[in-house]
Write a protein that binds this ligand. Structure first.
Ligand code: NDP
Length: 281
């Protein structure tokens, strides 16, 4: 199965399907990521906050895969938004990952109620880190439309990616549209809502029509919308299942049915980015 690559607005490309390691325990990460490589994944989404970058790095070394065969994303932790901290934290990430650059570095949360509301200098630092070659591409995560508009207006630089919560119960249209308005792509985090959508009756009907699982149908819906996904699973069978989404297609009607499952804010499983202010220890 070949994973499509999508063009980013800085001239680089990204595999549309990856593997997320949020909540994969540090001690299991190396083995889990090796299983993901075995299943065919070549794009890994980690974060400083997940405390498992080292396991990702060990898996990369042990896999024997060439650096340019793998796409690695990490994210700036909430305590490191000040420019000097951001620079230092990326050096620390690179050391843990055993890499001299990541493919994509994201501001994990905008934290509009912290740092005197200044996420612009953080974004400017991300751009500088990109220009210095420490990350190939620079992007953001959990940015609302006004956050995106502000960083672009004040720096003249658009992110390549906005990684936001998107799944059938939270289609997150306004943040998606704002991301596209800035020529950036959406990465849909918790693409199966951490499992919450999997027993949905409408998704179950479509899955039965196609002879697929509800997880596969949901992931397929994302990719047909043009978003990037990286489902997490520690189970090799489910890893393989989530990878097998490029040999079938949803009809326009099936796509519309799934999009119609949106519950707006009630569908959110994670924090609201306007309010999120947690700085982990
Ligand atoms: P997902 O929507 O990927 O769901 C993961 C859960 O679903 C796990 O409990 C997993 O269990 C289960 N699961 C996975 N595949 C299947 C399947 N085929 N059938 C049944 N159950 C399945 O949730 P995540 O929150 O992990 O999101 C994915 C990634 O998005 C993260 O790993 C992270 O990289 C990113 N993310 C980013 C955030 C941000 O703020 N930027 C926030 C949250 C996530 P099991 O492991 O037992 O298979």
């Amino acid at each position: 199965m070949t994973v499509p690559t999508l063009d980013l607005n800085d001239g680089t490309t990204i595999p549309q399907l990856g593997f997320g390691v949020f909540q994969v325990p540090a001690e299991d990460t190396k083995a889990t990521v090796l299983q993901a490589f075995e299943a065919g994944y070549r794009h890994i989404d980690t974060a400083q906050m997940y405390q498992n970058e080292q396991g990702v790095g060990e898996a990369i070394v042990e896999s024997g895969l060439a650096r340019d065969e793998i796409y690695v994303t990490t994210k700036l932790n909430n305590g490191f938004h000040r420019p000097d901290d951001a620079r230092r934290s990326l050096e620390d990430s690179l050391e843990r990952l055993g890499l001299d650059r990541v493919d994509l570095f994201l501001i994990h949360w905008p934290l509009p109620t912290r740092y005197d509301g200044d996420y612009v200098s953080t974004w400017q630092t991300m751009v500088e880190l990109r220009d210095a070659g420490k990350t190939t591409s620079a992007g953001v995560s959990n940015f609302q439309p006004d956050h995106l508009d502000r960083i672009v207006a004040e720096t003249g630089q658009a992110p390549v990616i906005n990684q936001i919560e998107v799944h059938p119960y939270l289609t997150n249209d306004q943040a998606r549209e704002a991301t596209h308005r800035h020529s950036a792509l959406v990465e849909a985090w918790s693409p199966i809502a951490q499992g919450a959508v999997l027993d949905d009756p409408e998704l179950t009907t479509i899955a039965e029509e196609l002879g697929r699982s509800t997880a596969q149908v949901t992931l397929r819906w994302h990719v047909q919308r043009g978003d990037i996904v990286f489902p997490k699973s520690v189970n090799p069978k489910r890893m393989q299942q989530n990878f097998a989404i490029f040999d079938f297609e949803l009809s326009e009607e099936q796509m519309a049915t799934i999009t119609g499952l949106d519950r707006g804010e009630d569908g959110r499983t994670g924090p609201n980015p306007d309010e999120m202010d947690i700085i982990p220890d």
